[in-house]
Ligand binder design. Structure first.
Ligand SMILES: C[S@@+](CC[C@H](N)C(=O)[O-])C[C@H]1O[C@@H](n2cnc3c(N)ncnc32)[C@H](O)[C@@H]1O
Length: 240
C-alpha cells in the first residue's frame, strides 16, 4: 500500500502494514494493551455486544484493534483525508463490527449510548473540554478512558501555552491551534473549528469527571518508553 498514513501502523488482514516504515505497530502500543486488559477486568464475560467509540480516531488504529478484540467499535473522525484512511482500513479487514463516521465529535449524542468511550489525543484540541466531558458522561454507560495533555503550574518546555487562567470554571492554559484554512486541512492531527484549545489542570479534569457521574476516577501511569510522558496523562472514569 502506498502509505499516506501519518501515525497509525495497522496490520491489515493480508499481513500488509499501513505505515511500514514505522518501527512499532498499533497492536503493540502500551495504551492499547492497557485498555484491553483493563476492559477485560471490567467486562469479564467478554466484549461481544459491547459498544465502544473512539473519538478523533485519525486513521482508525485504536478502533480497528478494539473491533478485533470483539467490541462493536465506532471511530469518529472529522477530517475527510483521515476518514479516507479509516475507510482503507475498513476495506482491508473483515470486521462487520467496525464502523467509521466522518463527523465532528460534538455530534456524539446522535450515535447513541456506549459502554466504553476511548478519547485519546483529542481533549487537548477542544476549547470547551468541560462541556465535552459532560457530553461523554451523558452517552457513557460504564467507562471512559482519556489520554491527554494537561496543564501544570510549572512552565511547559515543549508547547507554547498561555499563563494559567480559567475557562468553564476550570483552571488551565490555552494552547494556540493554527489559524488558516490551509492549516485546518493540512494539520491532520489538530483541532477542527476552534483556533485555540484549553488544557485543564489534571485536578480539575479528574474532579470534573467525578462531578459528571464517574464514581471512580483513576490516573493510570502507563509505562511507554517511546512516549513523551511529561504533561500527558491517562485518566479512567468508571460508573457504578
Ligand atoms: C492528535 S490526533 C489523535 C489521533 C488518535 N486519537 C490517536 O491518539 O492516535 C487528534 C485527532 O482528532 C481529530 N479531531 C480534532 N478535532 C475533532 C473534532 N472536533 N471532531 C472529530 N475529530 C476531531 C483530528 O482530525 C485528529 O485525527
Amino acid at each position: 500500500m502506498a502509505s499516506n498514513f501519518t501515525a497509525h501502523n495497522i496490520r491489515l488482514d493480508d499481513g500488509s502494514l499501513t505505515k511500514p516504515e514505522q518501527p512499532w505497530q498499533m497492536e503493540h502500543v502500551p495504551l492499547l494493551r492497557f485498555t484491553k486488559q483493563f476492559l477485560r477486568m471490567l467486562f469479564p464475560d467478554g466484549f461481544a455486544g459491547k459498544r465502544v467509540v473512539d473519538l478523533g480516531c485519525l486513521e482508525g488504529g485504536y478502533t480497528v484493534e478494539l473491533a478485533r478484540a470483539g467490541f462493536d467499535a465506532l471511530g469518529i473522525e472529522v477530517r475527510q483525508s483521515n476518514f479516507e484512511n479509516c475507510q482503507r482500513v475498513k476495506a482491508g479487514t473483515n470486521l462487520p463490527n467496525l464502523t467509521f463516521a466522518c463527523d465532528d465529535v460534538h455530534n456524539l449524542a446522535k450515535y447513541g449510548v456506549f459502554d466504553v468511550i476511548f478519547c485519546c489525543g483529542l481533549l487537548y484540541h477542544l476549547d470547551e473540554p468541560r462541556k465535552f466531558v459532560d457530553l461523554m458522561a451523558q452517552v457513557c454507560r460504564r467507562v471512559v478512558i482519556i489520554d491527554t495533555h494537561v496543564a501544570e503550574t510549572r512552565r511547559n518546555g515543549k508547547f507554547r501555552l498561555s499563563w494559567v487562567t480559567e475557562n468553564e470554571g476550570w483552571a488551565g492554559r490555552w494552547y494556540p491551534e493554527g489559524n488558516s484554512d490551509r492549516w485546518r486541512y493540512e494539520a491532520k492531527w489538530s483541532a477542527w473549528s476552534n483556533r485555540k484549545s484549553f488544557w485543564p489542570m489534571k485536578r480539575d479534569l479528574m474532579q470534573g469527571l467525578q462531578q459528571a457521574g464517574f464514581t471512580m476516577v483513576l490516573e493510570c501511569p502507563i509505562f511507554d518508553p517511546d512516549r513523551e510522558l511529561a504533561h500527558r496523562v491517562t485518566i479512567v472514569g468508571v460508573k457504578d
